[in-house]
Design a protein around this ligand. Structure first.
Ligand code: PMV
Length: 368
């Protein structure tokens, strides 16, 4: 019969790099010029939810993002679909009486519906959560029996940073040596319980879409920046080792120092590009100064900052008390004009506003 539909829903959080990926050595296969390390966010707050379905009644592959149909014709979607389809195996749903063989998968079309619970393409790695979730859901639907690292190499073909969202906790994307990219994949360094004192606060400086896409930006950087070559060869390999040590030992001072320096070098590499790329704005710079001053005054780092391809600040506090203090300081320096402003300034876990005692405009006005 043509009436059946088989569905799978998956949810994937986004990840934030603390040692950045910037620059590809192969654009089609999405192979990076250096290793990177990220932390995967709590799935509750910043994630993509994707439902994939298959039915003989579907006459073509189609996809909807946040309720709007988008084209699947791009090479990145096609690579992910092709790679998973080629790994599809027999599916037998006894309850529904559905039998799909490996051969059937070549002819069947899929429908994909994906939602982000955070602003898309504002430098908050929405594509990371998106492609990781898409690949994971398709693999489940098509019974592709690959492990998470294998799936990460497929998600990488969608968006480089997506490969790191297949795991929770701290994740390393190994750049690999193979020209075909078979060894360019993600591995988990430590799970989500390993360092659960850390609290991530995302300050939304602007939810506008970024001006330079990471694809164009990386291409220009690779073609024109000498600083990138130095960074990839001389700087990142040593930093990766130090960051792995810091994570293993819960060494916040080293962790913060490495994450901040690496974010700053990534933005320096953007400035060293022709034409130069500006992702941070005045507010981003003021947030950096605030954190630097605080860390210096405290004698030991309290908060780490990192910025991706946009002006929004990702702040990592050593613990929950520090995170609450951080939110007070931020809202004191950048007072919101309305409740809506206040509500959208801190992204993710809103309960931190309550902890800080600043979940209303009046409370912020009376901060010392
Ligand atoms: O995966 P892409 O193409 O969206 O690139 C992401 C690049 C950064 O977010 C700036 C850094 C990173 O490692 O995630």
């Amino acid at each position: 019969s043509q009436k059946w539909v088989l569905m799978v829903t998956a949810q994937t959080p986004t990840n934030i790099a603390v040692i950045k990926y910037w620059g590809k050595r192969d654009e089609t296969l999405i192979l990076p010029v250096n290793d990177s390390i990220s932390v995967t966010l709590d799935p509750e707050h910043l994630c993509t939810t994707t439902t994939v379905s298959v039915s003989p009644a579907f006459d073509q592959d189609r996809m909807w993002l946040n309720g709007k149909e988008i084209s699947l014709s791009g090479g990145r979607f096609q690579s992910c679909l092709r790679e998973i389809r080629s790994r599809a195996t027999d599916v037998h749903d006894k309850e529904k009486g559905i039998k799909i063989t490996k051969k059937d998968w070549e002819k069947l079309n899929v429908h994909i519906a994906s939602y982000n619970n955070f602003p898309t393409a504002a430098g908050l790695a929405s594509s990371a959560a998106g492609f990781a979730c898409l690949v994971f859901a398709l693999a489940k639907l098509m019974n592709a029996n690959e492990d998470h690292s294998q799936l990460s190499a497929i998600a990488r073909r969608g968006s480089g940073s997506a490969c790191r969202s297949l795991y929770g906790g701290f994740v390393k994307w190994i750049m690999g040596k193979d020209e075909k990219g078979t060894d360019s994949l993600a591995v988990q360094l430590a799970d989500e319980k390993h360092w659960d004192e850390l609290v991530i606060v995302i300050a939304v400086v602007s939810s506008q879409q970024k001006e330079t896409s990471s694809t164009t930006g990386m291409r220009d950087t690779v073609e024109t920046s000498l600083l990138l070559q130095h960074r990839a060869k001389e700087v990142v390999p040593k930093r990766i080792l130090k960051m792995e040590e810091a994570i293993k030992n819960h060494d916040f001072a080293s962790f913060a120092q490495l994450a901040c320096t690496d974010s700053n070098q990534f933005h320096a590499v953007c400035l060293d590009t022709c034409p130069p790329i500006f992702y941070m704005n005045d507010t981003s710079h003021r947030i950096i100064s605030l954190v630097e001053k605080w860390n210096r005054a405290a004698g030991t780092p309290q908060v780490a900052y990192t910025f991706d391809a946009g002006p929004n600040a990702v702040l990592i506090a050593r613990n929950r008390e520090t995170a609450a203090l951080l939110v007070q300081k931020l809202l004191f320096c950048f007072p919101p004009k309305s409740d809506a402003d206040l509500n959208s300034f801190v992204l993710g876990d809103k309960s931190i506003l309550k902890d800080a005692g600043v979940d209303s405009l009046e409370a912020i006005e009376s901060l010392p």
